[in-house]
Design a protein around this ligand. Structure first.
Ligand code: 2BA
Length: 109
């Protein structure tokens, strides 16, 4: 068995859960925060048999799309703020960041 951990954008999370559950997968949705943008995102945990992992990943790839986001970096902490000119930087967020982990033991009681 595997555990698929997927960090996705909030905008894609609802539809992704629906698609997974419609196909008989079980999923848990966690509210998370990206370390770089410090904005909310969603982490999904999906327990699946080894043979199902490719389909789970394919569903995630189909539903989650990359989006461009503009970030304005904060000024340097304790630095010379009067000479610091912040300018927006574009980053591409997602589709999804996916980890597939081996599950040593699974019990559902
Ligand atoms: P954030 O950490 O908020 O990152 C959002 C986006 O900012 C990233 O999109 C990437 O385009 C950019 N970014 C992140 N760190 C950067 C850096 N040091 N320099 C320049 N740009 C940077 P994604 O790569 O699609 O990541 C989306 C979210 O997935 C991340 O949100 C984070 O929550 C998670 N994530 C990505 N890689 C991860 C990893 N190796 N381990 C754990 N979580 C990860």
């Amino acid at each position: 068995m595997k555990l698929v951990v997927a960090v996705v954008q909030d905008k894609d999370a609802g539809r992704l859960i629906e698609e997974l559950v419609d196909r008989g997968y079980r999923a848990t949705k966690l509210a998370s925060t990206g370390g770089f943008l410090k904005e909310g995102n969603t982490t999904l945990l999906v327990g699946a048999e080894d043979a199902q992992v490719d389909e789970v990943v394919a569903i995630i790839k189909r539903v989650c799309r990359p989006r461009e986001q503009v970030v304005t970096p904060l000024g340097p902490i304790g630095g010379a703020v009067d000479t610091y000119v912040p300018y927006p930087v574009e980053v591409i967020v997602g589709g999804a960041t996916i980890f597939v982990l081996n599950v040593e033991r699974f019990e559902h009681v």
